[in-house]
Design a protein around this ligand. Structure first.
Ligand SMILES: C[S@@+](CC[C@H](N)C(=O)[O-])C[C@H]1O[C@@H](n2cnc3c(N)ncnc32)[C@H](O)[C@@H]1O
Length: 207
């Protein structure tokens, strides 16, 4: 199944099924972005709006992009704010967003489905204002090396999605080639147990 079809299939249960990665990511995004000021936000792969909802409390304008119509439908059901607009679009194609629009780009649990990071960072660089921040939080590649993938349960069993492994160096190199500098790189563990393999990796880049 293609990635967008898989997310259409997952949309009804994405918010409610047990999902340690989703839950830890929300904590990471909140803890990280609490420390930054922003008013205009571009959210890549906003999904059902898990993060859009609280980002909208701080921002004055948000565009959430996603290619899954059903994930966006869930987001629209939950978020009724005139600050928030959703756009159905494939992030692998040029983004229909004004240059210098955002002072924050936020991208959670989405880049594992994107093969070409260079394209994402180069589009992101154009869409950010000078000194704008690009927050990324993803399943840690160490976790991916052990075989962990985005997956969901259906009546017919577990469905695993198509994913790409991006090494830590790839994130850093791809972002810096586009002109970003690295402000933060953090690793996040289940129950703060640093003897285990980290579940998530997060970055804050600056234009
Ligand atoms: C795991 S969900 C994460 C949703 C949300 N960011 C969160 O943290 O809960 C990944 C999202 O990325 C979207 N996505 C994946 N590849 C995409 C692409 N090429 N273009 C647009 N959206 C994409 C999926 O449709 C899905 O909604």
């Amino acid at each position: 199944m293609t990635i967008d079809k898989s997310y259409n299939d997952w949309a009804n249960t994405y918010d409610t099924g047990e999902n340690k990665t989703r839950d830890l990511e929300e904590i990471v995004a909140k803890q990280t972005l609490d420390r930054y000021d922003f008013t205009t936000v571009l959210e890549l792969g906003c999904g059902t709006g898990k993060n859009t909802q609280w980002l909208a409390e701080k921002a004055s304008s948000i565009i959430g992009m996603d290619f899954s119509g059903k994930m966006l439908l869930k987001a629209k059901e939950k978020i009724k704010s005139d600050k928030v607009n959703f756009q159905q679009a494939d992030l692998n194609k040029p983004w229909d967003i004004k240059d210098n629009y955002a002072d924050l780009i936020s991208c959670s649990l989405t880049l594992e489905h994107i093969s070409d990071l260079d394209f994402i960072f180069s589009e992101g660089f154009k869409k950010l204002k000078p000194k704008g921040k690009f927050f990324v939080c993803e399943l840690h590649p160490f976790k991916q090396y052990t075989g962990t993938k985005a997956r969901y349960e259906t009546e017919n069993g577990i469905i695993e999605l198509e994913v790409f492994t991006h090494h830590v160096s790839e994130y850093i190199n791809s972002a810096t080639i586009s002109g970003f500098k690295v402000l933060e790189l953090k690793e996040w563990f289940d129950n703060n147990d640093e003897t285990a393999i980290p579940r998530l990796i997060s970055f804050v880049f600056e234009k």
